[in-house]
Design a protein around this ligand. Sequence first.
Ligand code: ADP
Length: 152
Amino acid sequence: MKKIAVFPGSFDPITIGHESIVKRGAKLFDEIIVAVGDNSTKQCMYSMEERYAQLEEVFKDTPNVRIDRYKSLTVEYCRKVNARYILRGLRTAADFEYERTIGVLNMTMESSLEIVFLISLPEYSAVSSTIVREIIKFGGNANPFLPKALHK
Ligand code: ADP
């Protein structure tokens, strides 16, 4: 059976930290689906279409990565696409506490799921979509934190 992992997130916007986790994950799984969650309670800087287009541009040359969007519980989406793994990245102990809670909930809802965590490379451990949004909002240069394909 094909090993499919879903990498869910809001990617508002995608950063070099996300890109690194997906590319490392692509070596471990047959297929990674980078799935943009359509979470209506979250106010995003970039529209779903913009985030989707950015992801397609970044991963266009990574053959076993595809982009999708979903508007349901992550576990339901995983069932729909036959994914038995959720891939997530860990930067800090705070990430771990948050991810552990979500991971336990997801595994409780779908016992066949495994949640796989990759530890962030040290050079990316301070990178977040939140800081990139702040830099852009104040007119700074966010290139050092963005995938090369999105450099302005
Ligand atoms: P969410 O909206 O679910 O928090 P994000 O788009 O912020 O999603 O992040 C998706 C995943 O990427 C999460 O597992 C998050 O911990 C991970 N991630 C975000 N930034 C980094 C980084 N710099 N290094 C490693 N993992 C990261």
